[in-house]
Ligand binder design. Structure first.
Ligand code: NAD
Ligand code: MG
Length: 396
């Protein structure tokens, strides 16, 4: 029986994780659940899964939730704040941690789980972009097992030889090929892109996901973050990671070997598949998702990404090539930009402009980035630069 902590339980990945875990009550016990603000959502998940621990952002919300659950006879202990997340992530009782918080907020709890030597299922890609080397080194030092949940990276992991460990350069591999759906605006002209609204941007054609990653998919920054994520997880240079647009989202990524063989993982675009893979690894358990009817699908398309209409992908590749703190700065600027776009404070096409402006500014912190203090300082500095840009050029 494995004790599971879900960081970001009320989100899209968090709920899918609980859906899969609940199909296998003989294998998994839900030990802990966390949420940022969604008190009602967390309460409902506590009723259904009866975890030993829960955590939420604000102390007042934690007190209310504790009262509610106690009055219903539940024994869940409710904690508050970011320190509680890291403490739960490091607790030796929970051997299996799903990292499914969105954004940089997931860095500290993910790192805490890795430093505690757990099996850590990483959906939360931003920490790998900010501090990939730090996380992978911590995994090696502490014997943590990292299993990728992002569908592309999970697909790649599945196409690597049995026994492969994340953080090592895989034997005989020439290239990784990340597939991208192209997002909801794949066929939009620049004029159309200029006018897109947050509501249109969060409506993804193939996947149902949280708002931030949906906007990232619409700008193709999601694929840029995934390129950097792939370099960190698989210890490969940016030049060995290719991106191809595949609008059907059925091939989730490919590994090209030295001998010309390409291995791909296919499946319905449903996150329960990579989640079930990682929860059960190295075994296999049902995910609740069926296979594919290939004859009915008929055909699959592959196209080169258009970097003129979607410059965010080029910015991410340039940051990956530059290395040092560039990926961290890119991530911070993107988080500020996406939040501003969703809040109606800037237009869709301003997102890459803001990121480019932040990346162009020299950092006052040098190009380090292997220690946590520097990572957090670089993140904070880039966010300030992004906020200044927004103040000056944000048009709403
Ligand atoms: P979401 O917005 O649906 O959920 C985010 C979760 O994080 C919620 O539980 C929320 O309460 C919590 N959270 C938000 N801000 C927080 C903070 N400051 N402190 C603590 N908790 C906080 O997001 P999602 O779509 O589930 O994505 C989660 C992560 O997984 C992201 O990094 C995303 O890029 C990655 N991912 C998601 C999908 C997907 O299908 N949704 C696929 C691949 C990767
Ligand atoms: Mg993905």
């Amino acid at each position: 029986m494995r004790q599971l902590l879900v960081l970001g339980a009320t989100g899209s990945v968090g709920r899918n994780t609980l859906d899969v875990a609940a199909r296998h009550p003989q294998d998994f016990t839900v030990w802990g659940l966390t949420a940022h603000q969604d008190e009602a959502g967390l309460a409902e998940l506590c009723r259904r899964h009866r975890p030993r621990h829960a955590a939420i952002g604000e102390p007042a919300a934690a007190r209310r939730l504790q009262e509610t659950l106690r009055s219903e006879g539940l024994r869940t202990e409710v904690h508050a704040g970011a320190e509680a997340l890291a403490a739960l992530a490091a607790d030796p009782e929970a051997g299996l941690v799903m990292s499914a918080i969105v954004g940089a907020a997931g860095l500290l709890p993910t790192l805490a789980a890795v430093c505690a030597g757990k099996t850590v299922l990483i959906a939360n890609k931003e920490p790998l972009v900010m501090a990939g080397e730090l996380l992978m080194q911590a995994a090696r030092d502490n014997g943590a097992v990292i299993l990728p949940i992002d569908s592309e990276h999970n697909a790649i992991f599945q196409c690597l030889p049995a026994g492969y460990v994340c953080g090592q350069r895989p034997e005989g591999v020439q290239r990784l090929i990340l597939t991208a759906s192209g997002g909801p605006f794949r066929e939009h002209s620049r004029e159309q892109l200029a006018a897109v609204t947050p509501e249109q941007a969060v409506r993804h054609p193939n996947w149902s996901m949280g708002r931030k990653i949906s906007v990232d998919s619409a700008t193709l920054m999601n694929k840029g973050l995934e390129l950097i994520e792939a370099c960190a997880l698989y210890a490969l240079p940016e030049s060995a990671v290719e991106v191809v647009v595949h609008p059907e989202s059925l091939i989730h990524s490919l590994v090209e070997y030295r001998d010309g063989s390409l291995l791909a993982q296919l499946g319905q675009p449903d996150m329960r598949i990579p989640i079930a893979h990682a929860l059960a690894w190295p075994e296999r358990r049902s995910s609740g998702v069926g296979g594919l009817d290939l004859a009915r699908i008929g055909q699959m398309r592959f196209l080169a990404p258009d970097l003129d209409r979607f410059p965010s992908l080029a910015l991410a590749r340039a940051a990956a090539r530059a290395g040092g703190d560039a990926p961290n700065r890119l991530n911070a600027a993107n988080e500020v930009a996406v939040e501003a776009f969703l809040a109606g404070r800037m237009a869709f096409l301003q997102i890459p402009r803001l990121i480019e402006a932040v990346l162009a500014q020299p950092s006052s912190l040098g190009s380090g980035g292997r220690d946590l203090g520097t990572v957090l300082a670089v993140d904070a500095e880039a966010r300030r630069a992004a906020a200044d840009w927004l103040e000056q050029y944000g048009d709403a």
